[in-house]
Ligand binder design. Sequence first.
Ligand SMILES: Nc1ncnc2c1ncn2[C@@H]1O[C@H](COP(=O)(O)OP(=O)(O)OP(=O)(O)O)[C@@H](O)[C@H]1O
Ligand SMILES: [Mg+2]
Length: 268
Amino acid sequence: MAKAVKAARAAAPIPAAGNRRTEGERLVMPMIELKNIVKSYRRGSEELQILKNVSLSVEQGDFVAIIGPSGSGKSTLMNTIGLLDVPTSGSYVLEGVATEKMSDNRLAELRNTKIGFIFQQFNLLPKLNAIENVELPLVYSGVPRKERRERALRMLGLLGMEGRGHHKPSELSGGQQQRVAIARALAMQPSLLLADEPTGALDSRTGAEVLELMIQLNEQGNTIVLITHDAHIAESARRVVSIRDGQIVDDKRLAPLPAEPSRQEVAG
Ligand SMILES: Nc1ncnc2c1ncn2[C@@H]1O[C@H](COP(=O)(O)OP(=O)(O)OP(=O)(O)O)[C@@H](O)[C@H]1O
Ligand SMILES: [Mg+2]
């Protein structure tokens, strides 16, 4: 499967020259390129602008925290990046692929193969055990049963959950449930991990462990966009983008991009 994923990536259309940046000898293509994104909702005769002309590029290998107060548009931005939500206007290029005119099916396929989601409330299916929850994205993309099981067990093992595979979510602690959710997010070896307040439902110690896990995953080459309202959590990222009232108001780099742009396979 890793081979197939790599092949699919290799076959991705070559981006327009404007999307490339020369850094020393290598060409770096942004993983995410949002330009002038507007998201608005109509309520009666009134139009509510939630994202107001947001432009943002994220490079492969980066760890970006998006920080802002409640209601500032963080989740709306994450849903846009995660192809869960279509912007009202603007352009979004993901790994060199323009997403604006894609059909819902194609968007779903792209979402399933390229993006791993981690949510505050874990979003595990309560009737499935840990292994089955991790297997779910693999089921959707037609990975055969045996390989599915092997990969789910390997991912759970990587997250220190090997002894808990047969537990249902209700039989796991919050921190353990979040580990299962992270294993599920990683199962498809996505290009991008999107986490919306991943520590928000955890006590501070467990939250710190989950955050440490995110740092490790980034060090292993995973590109991460993490949403938080907590400045302390944001400090763990390489870059902090502040959003307020639907607009980016600050963008700070705390640590450089990793030198090696290629992504390692976490599942080895
Ligand atoms: N479907 C919708 N229809 C109308 N307004 C919406 C819709 N979804 C979100 N909004 C509004 O968009 C604004 C931003 O919401 P969003 O969920 O992105 O905020 P947030 O920054 O993630 O907040 P929080 O930190 O509380 O999660 C809010 O004012 C919200 O009411
Ligand atoms: Mg939110």
